[in-house]
Design a protein around this ligand. Structure first.
Ligand SMILES: *[C@@H]1O[C@H](CO)[C@@H](O)[C@H](O)[C@H]1NC(C)=O
Ligand SMILES: *[C@@H]1O[C@H](CO)[C@@H](O)[C@H](O)[C@H]1NC(C)=O
Length: 213
């Protein structure tokens, strides 16, 4: 499949990069067979709940797993949500619930402006504010809803990521926050290969560095 090839390319480059600069928490989803372990769009950071093909069209979380103790620490300020897009998607909604264990769609409120369409690649959203009354130690669940192809039909998909807010002073991770499409990778590959490597590495390195500031 077309996107599988471009995706492998992207994931390989990312894996190499994250390994090279030793991010504190390299994503295991970037290993071989990642295409079979997640939906068309998934959380790169914070990590989402275990993915199951038979559940990912069921809202609000695309998983039967209840919010558990496996939450990712999330900074109260300057947080970001990074997505991996394996296949083009449309009508993407990023929402949040401040409930301990949200089970209904009505438990979630909008976190970011609605996204009309997403091209395969990586996207990171960092323009949102957490309400003032949310404190360190509070928990929340991020929800991703989007429409993408499943067996030839365009259907809704869901994914959730469970988080715990921490003060920024205690947040030591660097969020892999950058935007790049698979197409950009392919275009660059068609150019001279030496230039490509430098360019791609430069773009990613810049983004990762920026995310660390
Ligand atoms: C918690 O999440 C991480 C990242 O997805 C995963 O590797 C680990 O197995 C999970 N642990 C449990 C107890 O579910
Ligand atoms: C990625 O693109 C989205 C949509 O254009 C934008 O809102 C976001 O700020 C971008 N993220 C970065 C890290 O530039």
């Amino acid at each position: 499949m077309h996107f599988a090839t471009t995706t492998s390319l992207l994931l390989t480059a990312l894996t190499t990069l994250t390994t090279a600069i030793a991010l504190p928490n390299p994503q295991s989803a970037h290993g071989d067979g990642a295409e079979n372990e997640q939906g068309p769009v998934s959380f790169l950071w914070p990590h989402d709940r275990a993915w199951k093909d038979e559940d990912d069209n069921t809202g609000p979380c695309g998983s039967r797993q209840l919010a558990n103790e496996n939450r990712t620490d999330f900074p109260l300020m300057n947080g970001a949500v990074a997505l991996t897009i394996l296949d083009d998607a449309a009508d993407v909604f990023l929402r949040i619930s401040y409930k301990e264990n949200p089970i209904a769609q009505s438990d979630f409120v909008s976190l970011s402006a609605d996204i009309e369409s997403l091209d395969a690649g990586h996207q990171c959203y960092n323009h949102f504010t957490i309400p003032r009354d949310v404190e360190a130690g509070d928990v929340a669940t991020l929800q991703l809803e989007y429409r993408a192809e499943d067996d030839g039909k365009i259907v809704s998909h869901y994914a959730c990521a469970d988080i715990t807010f921490v003060p920024n002073s205690q947040f030591t991770k660097s969020i892999p926050c950058f935007n790049v499409t698979s197409e950009e990778f392919v275009e660059k590959k068609d150019e001279e290969s030496a230039a490509v490597g430098v360019r791609v590495q430069g773009v990613l390195m810049g983004a990762v560095m920026a995310a660390r500031l």
